[in-house]
Design a protein around this ligand. Structure first.
Ligand code: CUA
Length: 347
């Protein structure tokens, strides 16, 4: 019988931590925006089902192997006065067993994996296709009829949604964990993804391929709308924003005179057709700004216009826009207030 008094408390604690850590890790809430444990689409469910199979297979292997190991360590430990143990060299039956069983397990895992990969590989022919372009560090989405938006990507709930994925600069990877798995955006190649939503709602996404200093700030939201709400939103992109009130009107003019128009497009403005930065049509109705990193509030928008480098280090606007590179052209507080009012009026 094992003498437990010989096991040191520290070793026991270490063992306990090793056993408990993975269990605790599994307890993270499904409210976590990057959870994969709460799938909300057909594709996400397929991936989750596969995960469950592999998780329990791995758990069974872990328990069996560790139990045998512990049994052997305790039962065959060295005791005082033990002589040299019996010397053996190989055991064909044992070696065959521990080769064939893992091979069978791998085959058992490979079959559903293979089926799932093929299942989710081809975009359905009737999918609603959206072009996604990754930029350092934001997302551009172009709809089938040419409407363009950025970072908050609305989709209809009543059909399969497909994406053609491209990049404007370096590698990125597109991932909305509750809706679909990761797919890389590669220069010179179009990758695809698709899913069919199961519920309406807002789903958090994140770039998952390191793409420079603000990689972590390259987030997005996918918003699954009812077909009516989606159609309204989509047509809203094209209709010019209502005439701005006094302060916003000043911002409207500053948007041109301060050079913002060189990089940003706003529907209904002939002078604002830049494509280097995110399309800002309907910006006022977005709930987030700076690639879904901050709530779209007056305070955050003011802070963003005041010092974008502070919020998203390395971004092109902070690096290249004359209002940030030339101190003589820097925005005054009053000008920022006017631009904020104008951007918020873009509903
Ligand atoms: Cu884009 Cu990381």
């Amino acid at each position: 019988m094992a003498n437990l008094k010989n096991i040191r408390p520290k070793a026991l604690l270490g063992l306990l931590v090793i056993v408990l850590l993975p269990i605790l890790a599994a307890c993270s809430s499904t409210d976590n925006p990057l959870t994969t444990f709460s799938p909300k689409s057909d594709v996400a469910h397929s991936i989750q089902d596969l995960y469950v199979i592999i998780f329990w297979a791995a758990t069974a292997v872990f328990i069996i192997v560790e139990s045998l190991l512990l049994y052997a360590v305790i039962k065959f430990r060295r005791r005082p006065n033990d002589g040299i143990p019996k010397q053996v060299h190989g055991n064909t039956a044992l070696e065959l067993t521990w080769t064939i069983i893992p091979a069978l397990i791998l085959v058992a895992i490979a079959i559903p994996t293979w089926i799932t990969i093929f299942e989710i590989d081809d975009v359905p022919a009737d999918a609603y296709m959206i072009e996604i372009v990754g930029h350092q560090w934001w997302w551009e989405a172009t709809y089938p009829d040419g409407q363009v938006t950025a970072n908050e990507i609305h989709v209809p709930s009543d059909r399969s949604i497909g994406f053609n994925l491209n990049t404007a600069d370096v590698l990125h990877s597109f991932w909305v964990p509750q809706l679909f798995g990761k797919q890389d955006l590669l220069p010179g190649r179009t990758n695809t993804l698709w899913f069919t939503p199961e519920v309406e709602g807002r789903f958090f996404g994140q770039c998952v391929e390191f793409c420079g200093i603000s990689h972590a700030n390259m987030r997005l939201e996918m918003i699954v709308d009812s077909p009516t709400v989606f159609a309204e939103w989509l047509s809203g992109i094209e209709s010019p924003a209502p005439a701005p009130a006094a302060l916003a009107a000043t911002g409207h003019d500053l948007f041109a005179s301060k050079g913002c128009v060189a990089c940003h497009t706003i529907s209904g403005r002939d002078d604002a057709v830049g494509v280097i930065g995110p399309n800002l049509s309907l910006f006022g109705s977005r709930l987030t700004l700076a690639s879904a990193t901050l709530p779209n509030t007056t305070e955050n928008l003011t802070a963003w216009l005041n010092d974008p480098e502070d919020i998203k280090p390395g971004n092109i606007m902070a690096r290249s826009a004359p209002i940030y590179t030339n101190p003589d052209l820097a925005l005054t507080n009053a000008e920022i207030d006017a631009l904020v009012a104008y951007l918020q009026s873009l509903q």
